[in-house]
Every structure is written in C-alpha cells, then in structure tokens.
Design a protein around this ligand. Structure first.
Ligand code: 13P
Length: 248
C-alpha cells in the first residue's frame, strides 16, 4: 500500500512574513494528519521553514540542487548541504528548470545520483508539452525522460516520480483524471523495466493545476499516489483542502 504524498512546490514565492503566516495555518490544521505532507520553499526560506515545521508532521524539501557536493560552483547548493540542514526531499528535473535553465536529462540524472548519495529523496519530474501531446508523442517523451534520468542509477528505493504535463502547469488546465491515470499507468509500467526501481512501491504524483476541487478525483485513480502542487500550495485553505482530499 502506497501512502499518499502531497507536496507543495512554492516556486520563487514568499517572504519571511508570508512563510510564517502560511505555516502557522498549515501546522495547526487537523486535516494535516493522514497523507504524508511536504513543502518545498526557496533555498533562502529553508532554515525558517525547517524550524517552523520541526514539531509537525510536515517534512521539507528543496526545489533543486547541484549535481556536485562541494567546490567551485558559484551560486549552486549541494545536496549534502540540504541534507545537513534537515531537508528530506529535493525536486529535480522540474519543467521550469528544463525550460529556463536548459537542464538536460543527463544533468537531471547527475543531480539524482548526487541527491541520493547525500541521503535526500528525489522527486523527479517528467511531462510533455502541449505540442508533444497533440503530436501523439506524450508517452514517448515521458518514457525517454525517465530513461535518461533513471537508467543506471543505484539505490532508487526512495524515488518519487511526478508527472507534470507542461500544458497543465499554472494554466488552470488540469489533465483529466483519465488522462493522468493513463500516463501514470504507463509510467509505472515503464519503471518496472528499469533495474533497481521497485515500480509497485514507487509513488507517482500528479502535478499541474491541482486544486481543492479537482484533487479528490485525481487521488481516486489507482496509479495516482498524491500531488505536486504549485499555486494552490501558497494558499493555506486550498492546500489544507487538497490534503483533506488525500486523507479521505
Ligand atoms: P501549478 O499547480 O501552479 O499548476 O504548478 C504545478 C507545478 O509545477 C508543481 O511543481
């Protein structure tokens, strides 16, 4: 049985005051018991968030990390540093990293290896663009991303995969539960063919305009094991309702 996991990806948002206000609501919400919950703020807010979540059931992750553990990599943050702070998760290969920072599957693979080495649990993002879906290439694109990121890795016991169709991110367009389930089933089948991945135990999150009013039907799908939530994770009531849908 896979425990549902709801992760808030706060992206490049927040101030010390807004982070404190959001977490004050989240840590005291009764609905927060049930699924596993994590939040991923910017690097600069991590110490504050870790401290505010310390006595709660909410775990904390980063939105990216370096592929190296130390050295002359100006502006980068090593996975070992994140683990040392107390982070548990790291989101890797998000489409915004691929799109705005030119991240390749090979770089995502190197980051996964470094994150696992440091003891972090990687949340690896895959997903096709609208053009790719319309061209009938969605499954091919996603399986190629999984292949590039995961093949040859050692120790993927803690792997989480997030399917985030690029056309559904921040657009208000959600994949239908059927579309999402179909792709998740395909991803699980593909993971089964990658050595070192326990496909049946790997949690597959859906991401892309997840909201309080569409979360329950997504979580009802057999291969959807939670959500990676962007915009709605910045609003306490929305995020608590999404977590509540996972707890139901
Ligand atoms: P939205 O929920 O804002 O569409 O963002 C999804 C996402 O990119 C989470 O990583």
């Amino acid at each position: 049985m896979r425990q549902l996991l709801v992760v808030g990806n706060w992206k490049m948002n927040g101030s010390r005051a807004s982070v404190a206000a959001l977490l004050e609501s989240l840590v005291s919400a009764p609905a927060m018991a049930g699924p596993e919950i994590a939040v991923c703020p910017t690097y600069v807010h991590l110490p504050q968030v870790l401290s505010l979540c310390a006595e709660s059931a909410i775990s904390v992750g980063a939105q990216d990390c370096s592929h190296m553990q130390s050295g002359a990599y100006t502006g980068e943050v090593a996975p070992a540093m994140l683990a040392d702070l107390g982070c548990r998760w790291v989101i890797l290969g998000h489409s915004e990293r691929r799109q705005y920072h030119g991240e390749s599957d090979a770089l995502v693979a190197a980051k996964i290896a470094a994150a696992v080495e440091a003891g972090l649990q990687p949340i690896v993002c895959v997903g096709e663009t609208r053009e790719q879906r319309e061209a009938g290439e969605a499954e091919h694109v996603v399986s190629a991303q999984l292949d590039g990121a995961l093949r040859g890795q050692v120790n993927l016991d803690s792997l989480v995969v997030a399917y985030e169709p690029v056309w559904a991110i921040g657009t208000g367009l959600t994949a239908t539960p059927r579309q999402a389930q179909d792709m998740h089933e395909c991803i699980r089948g593909y993971l089964d063919g990658i050595e070192g991945v326990a496909a049946g135990a790997t949690r597959l999150l859906y991401g892309g305009s997840v909201k309080a009013d569409n979360a329950a039907e997504l979580f009802a799908q057999p291969d959807i094991d939670g959500a990676l939530v962007g915009g709605a994770a910045l609003k306490a009531a929305e995020f608590i309702a999404i977590v509540g849908a996972a707890a139901a």
